[in-house]
Design a protein. Sequence first.
Length: 345
Amino acid sequence: MKNSMKGKKPTVIELFAGAGGMALGLEKAGFETKMLVEYDKDCVATLRKNRPKWNVIHDDIHEISFKGMNADVVTGGFPCQAFSHAGHKLGFEDTRGTLFYEFARSVKEIRPKIFLAENVEAILRNQDGKTIETIMDVLGSFGYDVRYEILNAVDYNVAQKRKRVIFIGTKKGVRFQYPKPSKKKVTLGDALKDVPKSEGSTYSDEKIKLLKHVPAGGSWVDMPVDVQKKYMGKSFYSTGGRRGMGRRIAWDEPCLTLTCSPGQKMTERCHPVEVRPFTIREYARIQSFPDSWKFVGSISSRYKQIGNAVPVNLAKAVAKELVKSLLHPKLVATVKVQSKIKDFK
């Protein structure tokens, strides 16, 4: 593929932009953001507050036409939804009504050189593998070589174990390689060094009494048995699905995956020393947002925005490889594209 982009910044259009984790990572890698689409009003306010010059569209994606638009890359983290198969193989039109359809429609109408989509790991197992098969088939039908890898944010300078499926689609002749893991792992202590004070949620007095028994790096199993029973309730007698309960993170390890709410019992993420959830700015640091990135909305909304975001440094690592593909194709080794769908059937 002949490189006609010398001296130019690659451009991107992003769907389901959220609070800007993906967009900021792309910006740090050298991309020019042409447009971002987001429906949540607080996320829109966050994007506009931090980047007043960005073209942020606050609208229902179903109402937006992408015809006539152009960008080198289209990105988006469409929600994981099931498709109605009715016993037959699905095509593009069969996915209508899902947010994946809207992402696919944007790719079909914009025709970028590359598209990037992000999703939760569970999408690979959804509907016994039929969901991922449909996604690959539909996007591949537009003339793209489509593949995916499971990347863990902890491997890309993020102080958090957070696995995500990263889909890449390239036009014929465009090469792409997934980023290589960084050699050094960032710990919670590294990420939260000199973190500015900020607001945050709190635990009830009763919960504080119970979690005081958990050491850094421990969980509910470190509590005395009588305290375990009180904290766990009926879950004490169940099996499976309890590993995230009563967790206190250690300074010398990465954090576990952040969720939309820091006080959820099933996914406890307690501060290593103080008996409390992580604050807003601590949450943001763990997701590799800079302290200068401000979030708009209530405390619960801000936690949700951060918890749903693509870690900035993970996005940056992938985006740097996109830049190589677009601007320096000779530096990208030829990679044989292979589907992994069979592994999840």
